[in-house]
Design a protein around this ligand. Structure first.
Ligand code: GLU
Length: 500
């Protein structure tokens, strides 16, 4: 096979959606697996909806998830420009050629006339398509319409009988009835090419070997290959990727939650985890394991292993995967990811000292076993950074609201203050000593202590956690919870407020 060249061809009409990122990822992985080239092409032939902010959002989304491109608007390449609005002359040349050799013609029908005739077809139970009104106009008829000042578009003359067969790598052979195609528009009345015209010319001129795109484009494909045939271009291979659905098995949409890729960055997902999650939507590595680093994914990725059935965008699974990545990632690297988030909440200085940085690494290392999202560090771990943390309802119900707990907390505070060295072993000894003196199990001291120092009932190993807080902070928090408890301020909250 000649060189593998794939492309991602987004229309810059909004943020990069997870569906777009999924398509880009599959096309990119295939190019990387084959040692080929991946091209980014911007399809801005929708003059009304295309925006430059959206172009930036596409770059940002692709960069975040780690997709790079060998050719594209910003990096250039041998087949540029890579923005369709900069290629209008090229399309015009091919449109003229199609008209000249009779493959295309000017259509003067107005939108109202078209709608009227479509309506008649609908009423007769026929599929509403262009009825070929302007297919064979004489020179006089054309001149007449032009003299009337009518606007025109250009349509491709498509076969009225037979079938067009697409041999799709994912879906196998798919046949389309040519009678249903209708002569579609290749140049709008504005003079702009349609998506169909531009995508075909560009895929061919940019020597795309494999058009890898979402399944929703499959119905466009017979028209595209007809257009290629009319232009005398060689057809690329096609692979239409399965749809992405929500857990209710309807097409993924805003109803299911965030659909913009970068919203997942804001929610605390790691790009590696999101990439791993997306690649498993409609592709399987063929083995049990689901956590695949990038090199493994590239090595194993083939289009033959892409499934026909839709992938389910299950946010629970994505969150689980993210947690698995958090466990594996080095704490020092995580700190870099977390610093902006912590600084934004005023929990840590934006540029911490070396000592504080080293402490942060220890905190993150201790917490990362249990967190599933980056934001969990901030939401769950605020007690590392501030004394102003909430006491949750479980902590209140199980421990802090109980009558016998304040004395136990005060007694522990005395032990804590008396410790000559502040390390895991000494802290553990102090807790066990107190339990011994009180003749209760160690758990009866450990749990109230956690509740008092963190406001929560679950978290990392208590002794390790305490070691990372200053000795006097721990003692002060124990005394404070004792005091609040005695004052009745740590009684359970009404369920709706506290049980979130
Ligand atoms: N520009 C099209 C879109 O954003 C993609 C076209 C294609 O991949 O062929 O849906």
């Amino acid at each position: 096979m000649s060189e593998v060249r794939t492309r991602f061809a987004p229309s810059p009409t909004g943020a990069l959606h997870v569906g777009g990122a999924h398509t880009a990822l599959f096309a990119w992985l295939f190019a990387r697996h084959e040692g080929g080239k991946f091209i980014l092409r911007i399809e801005d032939t929708d003059e009304v909806r295309s925006t430059t902010e959206s172009l930036q959002a596409i770059y940002d989304g692709l960069n975040w998830i780690g997709i790079d491109w060998d050719e594209g608007p910003d990096v250039g390449g041998p087949y540029g420009p890579y923005i369709q609005s900069e290629r209008l002359e090229t399309y015009q040349g091919y449109i003229d050629q199609l008209i000249e050799n009779g493959h295309a013609y000017r259509c003067y029908c107005t939108p109202e006339e078209l709608e009227e005739r479509r309506e008649i077809m609908r009423r007769r139970g026929l599929p509403p398509r262009y009825d070929g009104h302007c297919r064979d106009l004489s020179d006089e008829q054309q001149a007449g319409y032009e003299a009337e000042g009518r606007e025109w578009c250009v349509r491709l003359r498509t076969p009225e009988t037979g079938t067009t067969v697409i041999d799709d790598i994912v879906r196998g052979e798919v046949s389309f009835d040519n009678a249903l195609m209708g002569d579609f528009v290749i140049q709008k009345t504005s003079g702009y090419p349609t998506y169909h015209m531009a995508v075909v010319v560009d895929d061919c001129l940019m020597k795309i070997s494999h058009v890898i795109r979402a399944e929703e484009h499959l119905p466009n494909t017979p028209g595209h290959v007809q257009l290629m045939d009319a232009l005398g271009f060689e057809r690329p291979l096609y692979a239409h990727l399965p749809l992405i659905m929500g857990t209710d098995h309807t097409k993924l949409s805003k109803r299911h939650g965030a659909v913009n890729l970068m919203d997942y960055a804001d929610k605390g997902f790691l790009p590696e985890a999101m990439r791993n999650f997306l690649v498993l939507l409609g592709w399987s590595p063929g083995a049990e394991e689901e956590i695949l680093d990038l090199d493994q994914t590239i090595e194993r990725f083939t289009l033959e292993a892409v499934s026909k059935s839709p992938g389910v965008f299950d946010i629970e699974k994505a969150t689980w995967l993210n947690g698995e990545y958090l466990k594996r990632i080095d704490a020092a690297i995580l700190v870099e990811e977390l610093l902006p988030m912590l600084a934004e909440r005023g929990l840590v200085e934006a540029e911490p000292s070396a000592e504080r940085h080293a402490w942060l690494v220890q905190v993150v290392d201790l917490m990362k076993e249990r967190t599933r999202l980056l934001s969990d560090f901030v939401d769950w771990g605020s007690y590392y950074f501030t004394d102003e943390f909430p006491y949750d309802n479980r902590a209140r119900k199980k421990w802090l609201g109980r009558e016998d707990v304040p004395d136990r907390l005060d007694a522990l505070a005395v032990k804590v203050e008396a410790l000559a060295s502040w390390d895991v072993d000494s802290i553990e000894q102090a807790v066990r000593d107190l339990a011994g003196e009180l003749e209760v199990g160690a758990a009866k001291v450990i749990h109230p202590c956690r509740a008092a120092v963190t406001g929560q009932t679950i978290g990392p190993s208590l002794f390790h956690l305490l070691e990372l807080l200053p000795q006097e902070t721990v003692a002060a928090r124990l005394r404070k919870a004792a005091e609040l408890g005695r004052a009745g301020e740590l009684a359970p909250l009404p369920d709706e407020e506290g049980d979130k």
